[in-house]
Design a protein around this ligand. Sequence first.
Ligand SMILES: C[S@@+](CC[C@H](N)C(=O)[O-])C[C@H]1O[C@@H](n2cnc3c(N)ncnc32)[C@H](O)[C@@H]1O
Length: 244
Amino acid sequence: MIRTISQTLPVSALIEQATQDIPGWSPQDQLLSLFTLAFGSTHLEGDILELGSWCGRSAVALGLAAKLSGKGTVHCVDLFPEKNDWYQNADGTYSFAVTLDGRKYGAYGEQTVWAAPYLRDIAPVYERYAGTLEAFNAAISWCDLTDWVKPFKGDLHKFASSAPPGMSVRLAFIDGDHSYSAVAGDIRLTEQFLRPGGWICFDDAFSSYDGVNEAIQKHIIESGRYQCCQQITRKLFVAQRRVS
Ligand SMILES: C[S@@+](CC[C@H](N)C(=O)[O-])C[C@H]1O[C@@H](n2cnc3c(N)ncnc32)[C@H](O)[C@@H]1O
């Protein structure tokens, strides 16, 4: 549906139209901010990395920036859980575990998903699609972004170990497991790809998740390795890697 793109059509309207039926949690101001950073960083070499794609909502905004600028592939790393990967914990909250190549990858074990959002936002996706990878692929294909957006089923560690040598990214968006240890690990793994001058962005920052806040505070703000550290929308935090 975004096959005919005019240079004078507002991107905000394009993103809104493209994402209106894609389940997910990124609000429009955040999607436009991600687009703007990806679109405005094309003077840097490198791709775009997303950790935590769900059904492709934020990936569409990033993919649109790659397509309109003609620069970079968007690598979307997610465990892409299927319905039967989810289980309920003793306290009524939910977590999931995905088995890949005989290895189990757990998520939301520490920062579990409360029952109400699970039933409201997650369960209905599995009524429409066999799994989130199917939902993601449908969204990317419908938006005509398959040449620009590439899903990777796994965690960031698995992605890093199979990434081509010398791969670099100009923008990374972290929106996976929200526990402190997971976010800290995702920052560490992302840093091996993030170019000097490149941007790292976080969803659910300084809103409701102590683990996300603590990891950003300690490993980004206080690290001395980043400048322009800024909360720019209600839950999106961005920082630019220093050049030296
Ligand atoms: C909040 S959702 C992402 C929402 C998406 N960015 C959007 O705009 O709607 C978080 C995603 O992170 C994924 N996830 C959680 N832990 C992960 C991990 N350790 N590795 C890869 N993906 C993970 C989940 O499968 C889920 O799709």
